[in-house]
Design a protein around this ligand. Structure first.
Ligand SMILES: Cc1cc2nc3c(=O)[nH]c(=O)nc-3n(C[C@H](O)[C@H](O)[C@H](O)COP(=O)(O)OP(=O)(O)OC[C@H]3O[C@@H](n4cnc5c(N)ncnc54)[C@H](O)[C@@H]3O)c2cc1C
Length: 401
C-alpha cells in the first residue's frame, strides 16, 4: 500500500513514512532479539572474530526476520519493504556493525535477485532455507582485481553440457567462511563488458570451491570476511538466476536496496552514537563545567543530528518512491554517499569529544569509529556513487570522449 494511501486511511503513524502501528509493534520484536540474542554476546564474538551465524540466523529465522518482504510460498512474510527498513533501524541498536552487516547480506544482498528472478525450484532449494535461517548465504561479486569496476570481473563460468564449470576467485566476501551457498557473479561470455555476466548459486560444499583465507579486518571483527577460490567448481546450469547474461543488470538492481538499507541503518547508528556522546558530555567536566556547556560541542552535535535527520528522511523518500514503483537509483545513491561521508564525520567528532575514553576498547565509541569506516567503501565506494550520480545528472564526460 502506498504511503499516501496509508496516510489517507489514517494507518500511517510516522508522518511521511509507510510505518504503521504494525511496523512499530514489529520493531519491538527486533529490539528484543537484539537485546537478548545479540548484544550480550557481541563482545565475545568480536574477540573471537566470528559469530555463530547458523545459531543466530536460526533464531532470526524462527522470528520471521529473514524473509520479511519475500513471498509466503517460500516461508517469507509477504510484507512491505517498510518492515525491512524498520529492521535496519532497530539493528542499529546492536553493539557494533558486524551483525547488522551479516544479516543485511542474508536478507538484502544475497537473496533479492534470487527472489525476483530465480526459478521456482531454485527458490525452493536455496531461498526457503535462507529465510528459515537454516542456510547462511553470501553475495560474491568483488574479486582481487575488480571491486568498484564490477564490469571487469574475471571469474568465469564455462558451459559444459548441463553444467557451469567455474574458475576464479572472490575477495572480501561477508559470511564467506560460514556460508552454505553463495550468489556468485560470473562471466558466462568472454570479454570485459557488463554484458555476458550471470548470477549463479554455488553451494559451499561444491568440490572445487574453497575458502582460501579468513581475512583480518580493521573493524566489524565478529563478521567473517573471506577470500574464496573456485577451481573447476561444477554446478548445474539450473543454478543460474534468471537469464544468462543478465547478471550485471540484476546485481545493479539488487544494489539499490542494499544501498538504501545500509544508509538507513547508518542514520540510526549515527544518531545512537551522537546521543551517547551528548550523555557523555553532560557527565564529563573540564575547566569547571560539563563539556556539553561548550558552544562548540553542543552546536557541533546539534549540527550532526540535523544531518542525520536529512539522511533518514532521504531514505524514507526512497521508501515512498519504492511504494509507487518508481526508480530510486538516484536517491538511494545519494543516501549511500551521504551516509558514507556522515558516519565518518560522526565517528571522528564523537570520538574526539570522548577524549581518551573514546580511544578505549571497553567503550563502544572506538568500535563505532572502526566499523563505520566501511560505509564509504563497501556496497559501492563514495566515488562510485558520485560516478553514478554524475552520469545521471549528465555531468560526467561520456566514455571515450
Ligand atoms: C568488510 C568488507 C566486507 C565486504 N563484503 C563484500 C561482500 O559480501 N561481497 C562482495 O562482493 N564484496 C564485498 N566487499 C567488497 C567491497 O564491495 C569493495 O571493497 C568495494 O566495492 C571497493 O572495491 P575495491 O576494494 O576493489 O576498491 P577499488 O575498486 O580498488 O577502489 C579503491 C578506491 O578507489 C576509489 N575509486 C574507485 N573507483 C574510482 C573512480 N572511478 N574515481 C575515483 N575514485 C575511485 C575509491 O575511493 C575506492 O575506495 C566487502 C569489503 C569489505 C572491506
Amino acid at each position: 500500500m502506498a504511503t499516501e494511501v496509508r496516510e489517507s486511511v489514517g494507518e500511517a503513524v510516522v508522518p511521511g513514512t509507510g510505518f504503521t502501528k504494525a511496523h512499530q509493534l514489529f520493531r519491538e520484536t527486533v529490539r528484543r532479539f537484539v537485546d537478548t540474542e545479540i548484544n550480550p554476546h557481541v563482545d565475545q564474538w568480536e574477540e573471537d572474530e566470528l559469530f555463530p551465524a547458523h545459531e543466530l540466523f536460526k533464531k532470526a529465522g524462527d522470528l520471521g526476520l529473514l524473509g520479511l518482504s519475500y513471498p509466503e510460498e517460500y516461508g517469507g512474510a509477504g510484507a512491505d519493504y517498510w518492515y525491512n527498513m524498520a529492521m535496519a533501524e532497530e539493528l542499529a541498536r546492536c553493539r557494533g556493525g558486524a551483525i547488522p552487516m551479516a544479516m543485511g547480506v542474508q536478507t538484502d544482498m544475497a537473496t533479492p535477485a534470487l527472489n525476483q528472478y530465480g526459478s521456482h525450484e531454485l527458490k525452493k532449494q536455496f531461498l526457503e532455507p535462507a529465510i528459515r535461517g537454516d542456510a547462511v548465504c553470501s553475495i560474491a561479486v568483488t574479486e582481487p582485481g575488480a571491486g568498484s569496476d564490477v564490469a571487469s570481473i574475471r571469474t568465469r563460468a564455462d558451459r559444459v553440457g548441463d553444467d557451469y564449470v567455474i574458475n576464479g576467485s572472490k575477495m572480501y566476501i561477508t559470511n564467506g567462511v560460514q556460508a552454505d551457498w553463495l550468489c556468485v557473479l560470473c562471466r558466462t561470455t568472454p570479454g570485459n563488458t557488463y554484458k555476458g555476466m550471470s548470477l549463479i548459486i554455488v553451494p559451499s560444499n561444491t568440490p572445487g570451491f574453497s575458502v582460501a583465507k579468513k581475512l583480518k579486518k580493521m573493524g566489524n571483527w565478529a563478521s567473517d570476511t573471506a577470500e574464496l577460490v573456485f577451481e573447476n567448481a561444477r554446478v548445474p546450469v539450473r543454478n543460474r538466476i534468471g537469464e544468462e547474461g543478465q547478471g550485471f543488470i540484476y546485481q545493479m538492481q539488487q544494489f539499490q536496496n542494499e544501498r538504501l538499507i545500509s544508509a538507513l541503518g547508518a542514520a540510526a547508528g549515527a544518531e545512537k552514537i551522537i546521543r551517547m556522546t551528548i550523555e557523555y558530555c553532560r557527565g564529563r567536566e573540564t575547566f569547571g563545567k560539563p563539556l556539553i556547556e561548550n558552544q562548540w560541542i553542543y552546536f557541533k552535535l546539534t549540527e550532526l543530528l540535523t544531518e542525520v535527520e536529512f539522511l533518514r528522511q532521504m531514505c524514507y523518500h526512497c521508501g515512498r518512491l519504492m511504494d509507487r514503483g518508481e526508480d530510486y537509483t538516484r536517491e538511494a545513491s545519494m543516501a549511500k554517499l551521504k551516509a558514507g561521508r556522515l558516519v565518518r564525520q560522526v565517528g571522528d567528532t564523537c570520538l574526539q569529544f570522548h577524549g581518551g575514553m573514546g580511544y578505549m576498547e571497553e567503550y563502544p565509541m572506538a568500535r563505532y569509529y572502526r566499523d563505520s569506516r566501511l560505509m564509504s567503501i563497501g556496497a559501492g565506494a563514495d566515488e562510485v556513487m558520485l560516478g553514478i550520480l554524475a552520469k545521471m545528472e549528465g555531468i560526467a564526460p561520456k566514455r571515450g570522449s
